[in-house]
Design a protein around this ligand. Sequence first.
Ligand code: NDP
Ligand SMILES: O=C1O[C@H](COP(=O)(O)O)[C@@H](O)[C@H](O)[C@H]1O
Length: 596
Amino acid sequence: MSTFSSMHSPSYSHSFICSSSINEKKNQRFVFSSFPRFSVPANAKVFLQCQANSHQNAVLMQDVATKVSPVEKETPIEKLKSELLSVTSSNEWDEKAGFDINENESTVSITVVGASGDLAKKKIFPALFALYYEGCLPKHFTVYGYARSKMTDAELRNMVSKTLTCRIDKRENCGEKMEEFLKRCFYHSGQYDSEENFAQLDKKLKEHEGGKVSNRLFYLSIPPNIFIDAVKCASSSASSGNGWTRVIVEKPFGRDSDSSAALTKALKQYLTEDQIFRIDHYLGKELVENLSVLRFSNLIFEPLWSRQYIRNVQLIFSEDFGTEGRGGYFDHYGIIRDIMQNHLLQILALFAMETPVSLDAEDIRNEKVKVLRSMRPLQLEDVVIGQYKSHSKGGVTYPAYTDDKTVPKDSLTPTFAAAALFIDNARWDGVPFLMKAGKALHNKRAEIRVQFRHVPGNLYNRNFGTDLDQATNELVIRVQPDEAIYLKINNKVPGLGMRLDCSNLNLHYAARYSKEIPDAYERLLLDAIEGERRLFIRSDELDAAWSLFTPVLAELEEQKIMPEYYPYGSRGPVGAHYLAARYNVRWGDLGLDQSA
Ligand SMILES: NC(=O)C1=CN([C@@H]2O[C@H](COP(=O)(O)OP(=O)(O)OC[C@H]3O[C@@H](n4cnc5c(N)ncnc54)[C@H](OP(=O)(O)O)[C@@H]3O)[C@@H](O)[C@H]2O)C=CC1
Ligand SMILES: O=C1O[C@H](COP(=O)(O)O)[C@@H](O)[C@H](O)[C@H]1O
């Protein structure tokens, strides 16, 4: 073992390289998303850890590490490769470095538990195929579907094939790739609480693994009441004997602090925290990933990122459809638990956290926990709730929430909520963080709006007339659809007069990048396979998140607070505007700006 590796601080990405051979796409991802720059010490560590069994390779990589110059973020992979080739003097640099040896010796089996369900069909299998198409899955992988439904392998493949799609920009050989992928998919029917059935799965997995090191990922795509049964059986009867075993757990992670703590405790009877990957798919969205890049790699934003310059922050989620088909689940949770306590709060934490020590998962998650723990629990007077009612438009009648047969007629469950939250720390003292989330609204959108303070003593105030809000800058990060980051600035209308206008400096992703943006589930599945925990929720984060919402959720339910009814397809209850006005805020999504 080379002593060189111990000279460097741990690199959070080393498991990525070690667990998979370097190919262009993986390497590209590693270079561009894991490290802002191709940092020499980090690579030295990475390479040497992979080379522990070969002194010759250790020397080779030490050579690479000391000679490769930092590579610019946008450097094409070919240029990076030629840089490496020039110092290794080999056309087979990855082979020479021994990565293939590693990969030939190990397998990854991905078992989708609840494979017959909606999420598996809609998201998980398509994401796995997209990863396969991109060459991001390990050389030896197998996908297993597991559920109670009776199905043959052929039937599973037929079901899965209906949901696979090719990327718009990558259709070459797509049909062939689908066939290849489907051949790697198998099915085992079993009960979620049967150790015997999981032992049968284990036997089948072993046959595919063929004696290699077996790494196993279980994706729990099942209702929460059967999580623990499945984890218990998978861990006792189907976990890996000689590799890693990881479990992706889907939300909901409980419905309040107590039930969440009970779930964590139960999971930890069978798994260590390191094996649990709690997914919040919003963390896998491109623009949410980009938040930290925006903040920490642009000098112009970070100095403004505080109460000194920011007047308020808005986190907005809307869907233009109701709970159709998921009413039974939704009624037990409501919009605050379904969207705010997880997706929007996670975005808030990334937005507001202090600079982490490094990009290491634990460093980032430590900062997120800190900011969540600095927040004031949500107060009842800072919440507005709503529920959609039936509405007819253009001859079409849209249903009320309670028209869903799986929802009780007298349900008070909110399908809309607006809330004002505060972070009691030096950076954010007094800045309202407003959240708004709703179903059956007039559009589908998720965005972050940052409204800056007025320009003090603005020389041009009179040119704006009475509407001073128009004179303030606003940064909008549109997470979806049509991803964009735009900054509203004031400029002079060209001409001889002095009329001011508000315009957008716009980074519109579709115009800037021709590549299709990967689905969040692709990123998260790949991270779980690679053991990268940065985008998954740690248990203390979850506790902190629940403690902010649990008291108010209890009050809403105990006091049977009536939701404000809003018509299906509308902009939601007016109460949201009164709440914002109380903090001198106007919602930014009122359709006034050019890109709204
Ligand atoms: N669907 C979505 O868009 C999203 C889902 N989630 C979460 O992902 C998980 C899976 O969601 P989804 O696919 O919609 O769930 P489904 O309701 O479709 O359930 C998945 C599978 O679990 C089995 N199952 C369902 N109900 C029961 C039950 N009562 N007892 C035992 N088995 C049952 C069924 O398989 P079989 O009968 O064959 O065993 C079903 O196909 C859930 O935790 C959900 O909250 C999270 C975000 C979005
Ligand atoms: O987790 C959930 O998210 C979806 C919205 O996800 P998106 O990626 O389509 O924006 C939401 O519809 C669902 O109610 C919720 O459980």
